[in-house]
Write a protein that binds this ligand. Sequence first.
Ligand code: AKG
Ligand code: FE2
Length: 241
Amino acid sequence: MEEPSAKIPALESFRVEQVPPTVYYIPNFISEAEEAYLLHQVYAAPKPKWTQLSGRKLQNWGGLPHPKGMVPEKLPAWLQSYAEKLSSLGAFGGKMANHVLVNEYLPGQGIMPHEDGPLYFPTVTTISLGSHTLLDFYHPVSRGQHADSEQVPAPPTEEQRHFLSLLLQPRSLLVLREDMYVRYLHGIRPAASDAVTGNVANAAACGAALGDELHRGTRVSLTVRHVPKVLKTAIFLGRGK
Ligand SMILES: O=C(O)CCC(=O)C(=O)O
Ligand SMILES: [Fe+2]
């Protein structure tokens, strides 16, 4: 798979320091008017576009990523313009974003720690709408080698594997790539509020003070990605000569 270049010049001033490579956090990436417009479009989508999961509901746009290749579907205009804007920043190594996942979380909902997997270009960009959330990062569970006679130590708990969090404010853009996207797991605890602790790596960029308690509202996230492996859409109906 193609590697992203080490830097995104347009975003360098938004790089979050003191975390593994690479996190960019851009507060107020969109205006309140754009946020209202995007939320309106999300909720104007036809009902069957939603998939209800246990802790959230989602809309999938652009096609279903698949190991054999995604059958692409045209993004609607309201998402295409943001896909273009994010791609032109250089987030996807010169490629155009072609996939958007919309997630809706009510207060108390979240997403289990996970990796996004190999079907995506190793950069993810996320626009948050409606509410903040806290995105948590976890060390992967390593499968250590143990001799038969050795006692296998208990695996570390989720709490022990947690090593940092990022505060995602409404209207912000998060860009994750390299180790922070590929090597560590990410998730959102199913909580109704979040405490700003010393583990929140971008607290300063958010203007958040240690000890703040932030109450979640309904959050909608737009996760914009590039899916490299795409199948041809049109079936060629040759007339034959
Ligand atoms: O809502 C978010 O910001 C995270 C979503 C996510 O991790 C995913 O859809 O893979
Ligand atoms: Fe994810």
